[in-house]
Design a binder for this molecule. Structure first.
Ligand code: URA
Length: 213
């Protein structure tokens, strides 16, 4: 009986967190904390498991994500899916989110070119990332790239110096720093690209272990 009660309580808690996760997404859709919402199609909230032990944090939605409403559905997302699978993970078992929730871009003819969010925009959007971290309470968050590091640590940092480091005291939860998947897409020379990809998969595998998955 005690076991059944504990199970009911646990399921109830899970349902409540999933509901709060949807409410958070709805609140993000009304965000006016900076001006990026004006040119974006929609907000792109975090997705995945609202109880995930592992959270992956990227930079900001790109063109595809802005149209689709989900993070990492473009070329960087395909690479990330492959790397997650090679590391024995999937996007359903992690929380996948961005530091900045709206697509920042510049219109050039018919094309919308990605623009890096500035410090002000990253810092304003941290409000949402902090709420997501408190809700999901992952054991570990992965900062993929400099924007994610800036957002979580509230200070700038060089990925070339921080990559592979586990930092326990810069954020609400321990963070592990690695490269952004787009960095791998930009690395065009074959042997180096393969080497970087293998290293990235190694980072994900290590984080899986550290998160107890
Ligand atoms: N790059 C990101 O950082 N996030 C996305 O959602 C897509 C590409």
């Amino acid at each position: 009986m005690a076991l059944l009660n504990a199970l009911v309580k646990h399921t109830d808690l899970q349902l409540r967190t999933a509901e709060q996760f949807s409410k958070l997404a709805a609140a993000e859709a009304c965000c006016r904390r900076c001006s990026l919402w004006k040119d974006a199609t929609q907000v792109v909230p975090g997705t995945g498991d609202s109880h995930a032990r592992l959270m992956l944090v990227g930079e900001q939605p790109g063109d595809r994500e802005d149209l689709d409403g989900r993070p990492f559905v473009g070329p960087a997302g395909r690479l990330l899916d492959d790397a997650l699978s090679a590391a024995g993970l999937s996007r359903d078992t992690v929380d996948l989110t961005n530091s900045v929730k709206h697509f920042k871009h510049e219109q050039r003819g018919k094309r919308r070119l990605h623009k890096r969010p500035n410090t002000y925009e990253i810092d304003r959007c941290r409000w949402w990332l902090t709420k997501e971290l408190k809700l999901v309470q992952p054991r570990l968050a992965i900062a993929m790239g400099a924007t994610a590091f800036r957002s979580m640590a509230a200070r700038p940092g060089k990925i070339s110096q921080l990559r592979g480091r586990l930092l326990n005291d810069v954020c609400e939860v321990p963070i592990y720093v690695t490269v952004h998947p787009s960095y791998l897409l930009r690395t065009q020379k074959k042997p180096e690209r393969d080497r970087q990809y293998i290293r990235f998969v190694g980072d994900l595998r290590l984080c899986k272990q550290l998160a107890g998955l």
